[in-house]
Write a protein that binds this ligand. Structure first.
Ligand code: SF4
Length: 418
């Protein structure tokens, strides 16, 4: 019997990508053939609705599929992910051409049977789903529910499978992985989990942690990151803001003093660490003075990597109802100021690599004699890249090579393979 050909468009963050992989894995095990969206009979969009831009991108992707269906090139359309979960009632009447809507995926051991969408040599492994926090700007807890950790055994099983497949890198993800284990083991278990994963691997060289909440970083976790050779010395710590009033309005917990202490502890306990953070500008009521405080803090803290977001007013969140929502123009100006300051910091940080010999993971071929790769302090898709020149040598994605850095830019580096 001819199997149905299904194509998928995955939008949003790496966590959504993992969900997409799991959907594909399940479909494949049910006999569907996975193809490029342009050769598909059934088109599936895994949507994101975390912020306004993501919603727009999701709606555009659905409309593109509807066009394909109208032209007779697709038979069916399925829309999955948080957009239908959040807005099903509102969007359903307007998207009559969509054949099925799927909401949140449950986190089960079955998810381990994935069909990977990320580059073959790099994998995302979801260790938990949901979040116990109630940040006032964030809709995730309402969409994904409270923290649900996977068991250590199930995670190790999946890590071993990825290792046996020959992966070079595993990125551990979840909404807040520093909370890992609290629900099922009644204590913070990330440090212990990392040691267990690390000792179960033979091939994977880089194990990366994505999204650690600043208030659950234990001494044990820092020791695990510092001492386990496979764990990238890369700490992704979304701070969102540093002004105490704004932090309180964001319901982030903690305060500026604690943040400063934490950053100094992370730098002291993990030599050579690169800290990534994300910041929100233009939160309701953020005054010019509060923004300036954030900006000068950022300049002093000299984060190696920063992601900046303009506050997005999301229905269903507490901050949606806050007074003093700021005009887009102010958000844009603050975004530009902070990005400009960070570009300078990043340029200076990168210039320190000039002439150094560094290990690079090759991701893909760029053109003849040039490849794109990353340092261990660069997460896939979000951080900088290394343009690797290798005239006389053929390199393969997933390969680790020694590279001498010969030029540096704001976000990227150029090197020659040694
Ligand atoms: S910790 Fe992260 S996922 Fe959880 S509510 Fe806050 S911003 Fe959202």
């Amino acid at each position: 019997m001819k199997s149905t050909k299904i194509g998928i468009i995955s939008l949003g963050c790496p966590r959504n990508l993992v969900d997409s992989q799991n959907i594909l894995g399940n479909l494949q095990s049910k006999g569907y053939t996975i193809v490029d969206i342009h050769n598909a009979e059934v088109g599936l969009v895994n949507t994101c609705s975390f912020i306004e831009d993501a919603k727009k991108e999701s709606i555009d992707a659905i409309l593109d599929l509807i066009e394909l269906k109208k032209k007779g090139r697709l038979k069916k359309i399925i829309v999955a992910g948080c957009l239908p979960q959040r807005y099903k009632e509102a969007i359903l009447p307007h998207l009559k051409e969509v054949d099925a809507f799927m909401g949140r995926l449950s986190l089960s051991d079955d998810n381990a049977k994935s069909y990977t969408l990320s580059p073959k040599h790099s994998a995302y492994l979801k260790i938990s789903e949901g979040c116990n926090h109630h940040c006032s700007f964030c809709i995730i807890p309402k969409i994904k529910g409270r923290l649900q950790s996977r068991t250590v055994n199930s995670i190790i099983k999946e890590a071993k499978r990825l290792d046996a497949e020959g992966k070079s890198e595993i990125n551990l993800i979840g909404q807040d992985i520093s909370h890992y284990g609290l629900d099922i083991y009644k204590r913070l278990q990330l440090g212990a989990l990392l040691r267990a994963i690390s000792s179960s691997l033979t091939h994977v060289k880089w194990l990366r942690l994505l999204y650690l909440h600043p208030h659950h970083i234990t001494g044990d976790l820092l020791r695990a990151i510092a001492n386990e050779k496979r764990i990238c010395k890369y700490v992704d710590l979304p701070l969102q803001h540093v002004n105490n009033r704004v932090l309180k309005a964001m319901k982030r917990g903690g305060n500026k003093k604690k943040i400063i202490q934490l950053l100094s502890e992370v730098r002291k306990k993990i030599p050579g660490v690169a800290i990534r953070t994300s910041l929100i500008v233009g939160f309701p009521g953020e005054t010019e003075k509060e923004f300036e405080e954030l900006l000068s803090f950022m300049k002093e803290a000299r984060f190696e990597r920063v992601g900046v977001f303009r506050y997005s007013r999301e229905e269903g969140t507490d901050a949606y109802h806050y007074p003093s929502q700021l005009p887009e123009k102010i958000k844009e100006d603050r975004f530009n100021s902070i990005m400009q300051a960070q570009a300078e910091i990043s340029r200076e940080f990168n210039s320190g690599f000039l002439g150094r010999e560094l290990e690079v993971l090759i991701d893909e071929k760029e053109s003849d004699g040039t490849y794109l790769g990353r340092l261990s302090i660069d997460a896939p898709e979000v951080d900088g890249q290394v343009y690797v020149k290798a005239q006389a040598q053929r390199l393969n994605p997933g390969e680790f090579v020694k590279v001498k850095i010969i030029d540096t830019y704001e976000y990227d580096l150029v090197g020659e393979v040694l």
